[in-house]
Design a protein. Structure first.
Length: 270
């Protein structure tokens, strides 16, 4: 066989094709939410707060992939994800059934705007999240760089039901024992609320901001461009309403190319 024949008959390898990773653990919080951890290829690099494509091989045909925020920090040897379960969702209806040892597809190009590079330095960082929108902040709150850049880090998490707050509470409780962030744990505060069940703190984050209750409870002044930076992750409506409040307070939207006062990203939805 000539050299040209060999080349043309060789199987084409797509350098951007997802890698196949192994599920290490799965934890179900509610019938709507679960967390899973997978192996991380040594060559896989990302910035805390970014998202990546995750998926499962299709029985026949192309693999099914969706964007997922990486919930683990950039230094972690494994990758963690926090997912919703949509009963008829093309991916999550199958993904919710994964068990340790199963294979999951991992994209090769993490990206996103909820990263340190997109914000200019300031005193205080707010991370406003609803539902699975907490995932990128689960990454950032466990990254020591977050505490090098900000003196105060406030994570808000609002869910429909009390049981949905468990992941955030678990993360906050673990921070003082975190190998890299333990010494910064005093800078971090979790502020959660619930909208569809009775709970100590109730209401949408937008209402808690508008009434001033959020700032009163935290003992800090209202949003201020001089001192505060904001990251927002939730549904499309939550993003729009929270962004409007940031802009009303005079904060300017930033990006990787042009860092400023606040950044937004849609939470993975199904
Ligand atoms: P609510 O129960 O009042 O709709 P979802 O699961 O639909 O994404 O909602 C997660 C949380 O986000 C819920 O507590 C929900 O409150 C809240 N939420 C929904 N829309 C908005 C919005 N436009 N602004 C602020 N919070 C919102």
């Amino acid at each position: 066989m000539s050299e040209t024949q060999t080349a043309s008959s060789a199987v084409k390898v797509n350098p951007n094709a997802p890698t196949e990773e192994t599920v290490l653990s799965v934890h179900h919080y509610t019938d709507r939410l679960f967390k899973f951890r997978i192996t991380r290829p040594p060559t896989f690099r990302f910035r805390s707060g970014e998202f990546v494509m995750i998926g499962l091989p299709r029985e026949n045909g192309k693999p099914l992939l969706r964007a997922y925020s990486i919930a683990s920090p950039a230094w972690d040897e494994e990758l963690e994800f926090f997912s919703i379960k949509v009963p008829d969702g093309p991916l999550t209806s199958r993904l919710q059934k994964i068990e340790p040892g199963d294979k999951v597809l991992l994209g090769k190009k993490p990206t996103g705007t909820l990263v340190h590079d997109a914000l200019t330095p300031a005193k205080r960082l707010y991370m406003f999240s609803t539902g699975t929108g907490i995932a990128p902040f689960a990454s950032l709150m466990r990254d020591p760089e977050t505490y090098q850049k900000f003196d105060e880090v406030i994570l808000t998490h609002t869910c429909r039901e009390v049981a949905e707050l468990a992941y955030g509470e678990e993360l906050a409780a673990a921070l003082p024992d975190d190998p890299l962030c333990d010494e910064h744990a005093h800078k971090f505060r979790l502020y959660n609320s619930v909208t569809r069940e009775s709970y100590a703190r109730q209401g949408r984050i937008t209402d808690l901001m508008t009434t001033g209750k959020l700032f009163q409870d935290l003992g800090v002044p209202p949003l201020n461009r001089e001192t505060d930076r904001v990251m927002i992750c939730g549904s499309q409506d939550m993003l729009a309403d929270t962004k409007a409040l940031c802009e009303k307070a005079g904060l300017v939207e930033g990006s990787n190319a042009s860092p400023a006062d606040f950044v937004i990203e849609k939470a993975f939805a199904g």
